[in-house]
Design a protein around this ligand. Structure first.
Ligand SMILES: C=C1C[C@]23C[C@@]1(O)CC[C@H]2[C@@]12CC[C@H](O)[C@@](C)(C(=O)O1)[C@H]2[C@@H]3C(=O)O
Ligand SMILES: O=C(O)CCC(=O)C(=O)O
Ligand SMILES: [Fe+2]
Length: 362
């Protein structure tokens, strides 16, 4: 299905950026990547009677989080009926007229489209989204005429929340942090959120991003995508495409877990490439702490300085506001770690990324 430009007006905004951005980054060449199989983990094993099987499963989760920053899970406890129902309600929602989506108070007025802060085409995302805090998910006032969305979204959010806490617990225990702190205790309904993503077909150019390269600013994200494909992630300095698996949810480590684990787990850059003919839908659940939570590694010496989640969000927003780009964790590197343990590289989005070397952990 090809969307007209009026809903949302992505083509207009992109065209304006093309014409008016003076200091544009180099155009990017998109090399077509092979599809990869992310590490696939069967969560059924966590309930095994055999302790060895349970341990092997937990070890696979930690290994994937450290080597890939990404993995997929099956037998995750979220039924295919719930996923299908959620998807059909999501499609109904995004089919509503632009005016309704943007201005009728739907989902806590959290509608966004394109990239309002973009100053050049490389910063533009050909997509629309709702960004709903957990506290608002079951609030009747958020749904207007979309009453049937409320029940399914409430169940879906609860299931994603439970799964995210289970995974965070396993990852924390592996660090030996569990005695000192638990992510579940600091995570907060006001900051955890569901993001409903819609990537309209983009017939004008395969060069346009569905979602610009970024890392997630949370502990971890659980993604439920459809079968269209388009998600790519950085692996060994190359973009690889994730092959959709209808039974699996994708999990990725966010910036906060990378800092908390002193770079044991990796928050990996990812992006969505646009599709010329087919609309794509995904739903992401972001596990975040309360704004005052302190993010610090218990392993010393720390690579990053201690910061609150509020500080982190504000810094990300300020960078995006001023430059169109997120800098993220490199802003919080401790002096010394920066010189001794990092190399620099330039990502596709032309952000300078600092890559702490493996020796930083010892
Ligand atoms: C322009 C941007 C906003 C964003 C960071 C980014 O550079 C690119 C992706 C955006 C995103 C998408 C997922 C999450 O909602 C988010 C909080 C994140 O970590 O990356 C947002 C960022 C944001 O809104 O600050
Ligand atoms: O839609 C996708 O596949 C990825 C979405 C994503 O990265 C995000 O919402 O942060
Ligand atoms: Fe993301």
């Amino acid at each position: 299905m090809v969307h007209s430009d009026s809903d949302p007006p992505l083509l207009n905004h992109y065209g304006t950026l093309l014409c008016h951005s003076t200091q544009c980054d180099e155009p990017q060449t998109r090399v077509t990547m092979e599809e990869c199989q992310l590490p696939l983990i069967d969560l059924c094993d966590l309930g095994s009677d055999d302790e060895m099987v349970r341990r092997a499963c937990a070890a696979a989760i930690c290994k994937a989080s450290s080597e890939w920053g990404f993995f997929q899970v099956v037998n995750h406890g979220i039924s295919s009926q719930l996923v299908d129902k959620m998807r059909s309600e999501q499609v109904k929602l995004f089919r509503a007229p632009f005016e309704t989506k943007a201005t009728s108070g739907l989902l806590n007025n959290s509608y966004r489209w394109g990239s309002p802060r973009a100053t050049c085409p490389n910063q533009f995302s050909w997509s629309e989204a709702y960004h709903v805090p957990l506290t608002k998910v079951s609030d009747e006032a958020c749904y207007g005429d979309f009453k049937s969305l409320r029940e399914v979204m409430t169940c879906f959010a609860a299931a994603m929340s439970e799964l995210s806490r289970l995974l965070a617990g396993i990852l924390t225990e592996n660090l030996g942090h569990w005695k000192q702190a638990s992510i579940s205790n600091i995570c907060d309904e006001t900051t955890c959120f569901l993001r409903l993503n819609h990537y309209p077909a983009c017939p004008i150019s395969p060069e346009i991003f569905g979602l610009v390269p970024h890392t997630d600013s949370d502990f971890l994200t659980i993604l439920c995508q459809d079968q269209v494909g388009g998600l790519q992630l950085m692996k060994d300095s190359k973009w690889v495409t994730v092959k959709p698996n209808k039974d699996a949810l994708i999990v990725n480590i966010g910036d906060l877990f990378q800092a908390w684990s002193n770079d044991v787990y990796k928050s990996v850059e990812h992006k969505v490439v646009s599709n010329a003919t087919t609309d794509r839908y995904s739903i992401a659940y972001f596990l975040c702490p309360s704004y005052d939570s302190l993010i610090e590694s218990f392993v010393k010496p720390s690579i990053y300085r201690r910061f609150t989640f509020r500080e982190y969000r504000e810094q990300v927003q300020e960078d995006v506001r001023k430059t169109g780009y997120k800098v993220g964790l490199p802003r919080f590197l401790l002096k010394g770690s920066e010189d001794l343990t990092t190399t620099t590289t330039t990502t596709e989005s032309n952000t300078r990324l600092y890559i702490p070397s493996i020796t930083a952990k010892s």
